[in-house]
Write a protein that binds this ligand. Structure first.
Ligand SMILES: Cc1ncc(COP(=O)(O)O)c(C=O)c1O
Length: 407
């Protein structure tokens, strides 16, 4: 067995299952699940229809790079969303993948040379795949602690030079999971300069990039930052996008990696050996999804409405609790990253026990690094449930916080 497997931590939801074991939530209250980031808005009907119509395509082996039609629809989307017409070459810059999770994992296996000291830098708290990917690639994770002091954004100035020298890959999550902070083009440009100086690859996880609250201010993203800095080759930059959140279709398992043509070429060769090409009906449905923005706008509208209503309900508790309970609308994504009194695991357990409302303790999304566990004292709340359930959840949370005493 690969000994690195022993380094993997249980997934946050496994820890949550243990935390809740033996707890009986009130049976008269329907469970509200705010723990899992699984979109619950309806899957756009056009995607479902295309998927059904394309079932006959199951009779062919799909190529690893997927169809030219899918790569072109993705390139057009990237051009219009971040760049300018023809900036992206569908042949050289794009590789469709079966959701970003597998790609975020496999990119590390492709990039990292497991030499002594090999380091992968990542945010903390984080999406746990980054850590597992680094460990199984034979590298050591180096955590950038995110806190209210740095607006939950990685501060690239605080990473020691010795770490940059060993860094082969950095993960950034933009907008971030869990805190929803957005890195600006100038912050990303600073990172690109560091990547040039120390010769590492930037993997920018942008799967929440289409969930933002101001229609006039979409998040910039790494390719745009590179383009604006005159780097039409996107050297050392790769981005990860997904239909899971953008198009509320997590079961479709459809996303893509785009950027540096040299990396994409090698990565495509690497993935050939997994044999994980995208099934043809999924490719066809993905073309439909990437070619339409109306359903994405509607998706954003629904989140904006829910965040507005939930925050309105919570505002008196925020006002009455000073620093001990605090949350605010994120810049992007669908999570409320909420500061709670004391131990986040105790808070989550009691909230489940009293109100049958399930949230994820922040400690489960972070590691103790540089003497701090940055997720401690926070819980993550995914506002994915239907509007009525989100409102009901906010009422329960308000009532709970008003009487909360740590047990
Ligand atoms: C930060 C982040 N990256 C990637 C993913 C994986 O998304 P998918 O594999 O559905 O594209 C998730 C899913 O929750 C996520 O939160």
């Amino acid at each position: 067995m690969n000994p690195a497997l022993d380094l993997l931590q249980p997934y946050p939801f496994e820890k949550l299952g243990k935390l809740f074991s033996g707890v009986e939530p009130p049976s008269d209250r329907q469970q509200i699940l705010w723990s899992v980031g699984e979109p619950k808005h309806p899957v756009p009907p056009a995607i479902v229809q295309k998927l059904q119509e394309s079932a006959v395509m199951l009779g062919t082996y799909p190529p690893i790079a997927a169809s030219a039609e899918l790569r072109t629809s993705i390139s057009n989307w990237l051009d219009q969303r971040f760049l300018q017409p023809k900036a992206i070459d569908p042949e050289r810059h794009v590789l469709p993948v079966n959701g970003t999770r597998e790609a975020l994992y496999s990119i590390a296996q492709c990039i990292v040379n497991p030499s002594p000291g090999a380091t992968v830098v990542m945010p903390n708290p984080f999406y746990q795949i980054y850590e597992g990917a680094a460990l199984l690639a034979g590298a050591t994770p180096w955590f950038q602690n995110l806190s209210a002091q740095n607006s939950f954004k990685p501060d690239f100035d605080t990473v020691p030079e010795a770490v940059w020298k060993n860094c082969q890959l950095i993960y950034v999550c933009n907008p971030g999971n869990p805190a929803g902070s957005v890195l600006s083009a100038s912050e990303l440009n600073k990172l690109i300069e560091l990547a040039d100086t120390f010769d590492f690859v930037i993997a920018s996880d942008e799967c929440y990039s289409e969930l933002y609250f101001d229609e006039n201010a979409p998040p910039a993203g790494l390719l745009k930052a590179a383009w604006q800095a005159g780097r039409a080759d996107f050297q050392r930059c790769v981005v990860f996008h997904s239909l899971s959140k953008r198009s509320s279709s997590p079961g479709l398992r459809s996303g893509f990696v785009a950027g540096d043509a040299n990396i994409i070429k090698k990565y495509r060769q690497f993935r050939t050996y997994h044999g994980c090409s995208m099934p043809p009906p999924i490719q066809a449905a993905s073309v439909t999804a990437w070619s339409d923005e109306l359903h994405v706008r509607e998706n954003r509208r629904l989140y904006k409405e829910k965040f507005g209503e939930v925050l309105k309900i919570l505002s008196p508790v925020i006002d009455n609790n000073g620093d001990s309970f605090y949350t605010e609308q994120p810049e992007g994504g669908f999570y409320l990253w909420t500061r709670v009194p004391g131990d986040d695991t105790k808070f989550a357990r009691q909230l489940y026990q009293r109100e049958n409302l399930v949230v994820l303790p922040g400690s489960y999304l972070s590691r103790t690094a540089h003497d701090v566990t940055p997720g401690y004292g926070y819980v993550r709340m995914a506002l994915v449930a239907p509007r009525e359930q989100c409102i009901e959840g906010a009422e329960r949370l308000k009532r709970f916080v008003e009487h909360y005493k740590e047990e």
